[in-house]
Design a protein. Structure first.
Length: 125
């Protein structure tokens, strides 16, 4: 019985690593939603983990998390994912940014690219 459980655990682990057969759309959407969740939670380490290495270099800082924390300090904003579009190895995600309770949302776009099989955020617009 134990070898069967071990085999099932291995198969389950492989399915997780392989993305469980998710489509490109689903994978890109998941990364975009992870970004929204991390920003809304103030988890700047998680935000930076979603950025591509090149994007982090473009930020021009040695401490990405501290930079993102500083850029968002004092803002009363929350993000929500609106839409994700995928074309080959590039995706764009529309996010609504709501600031406080009196202003309507504004829209920002994040660009994601597939790098070494994983989606990473390469710019914010």
């Amino acid at each position: 019985m134990r070898p069967i459980l071990t085999a099932l655990a291995c198969v389950a682990a492989l399915a997780v690593v392989a993305g469980c057969g998710e489509s490109d759309q689903e994978q890109a959407r998941e990364v975009a939603q992870d970004y929204v969740d991390a920003r809304n939670a103030g988890d700047f380490e998680a935000v930076c983990a979603l950025y591509s290495d090149q994007f982090k270099q473009e930020l021009g800082t040695a401490d990405c998390a501290a930079f993102v924390r500083e850029q968002t300090a004092g803002s009363d904003e929350s993000l929500s994912l609106v839409d994700v579009r995928v074309r080959k190895d590039v995706a764009t995600a529309d996010l609504d940014v709501t600031r406080g309770e009196t202003q309507g949302p504004s829209r920002i776009v994040i660009r994601l690219e597939r790098q070494d099989g994983d989606w990473a955020i390469t710019s914010l617009q």
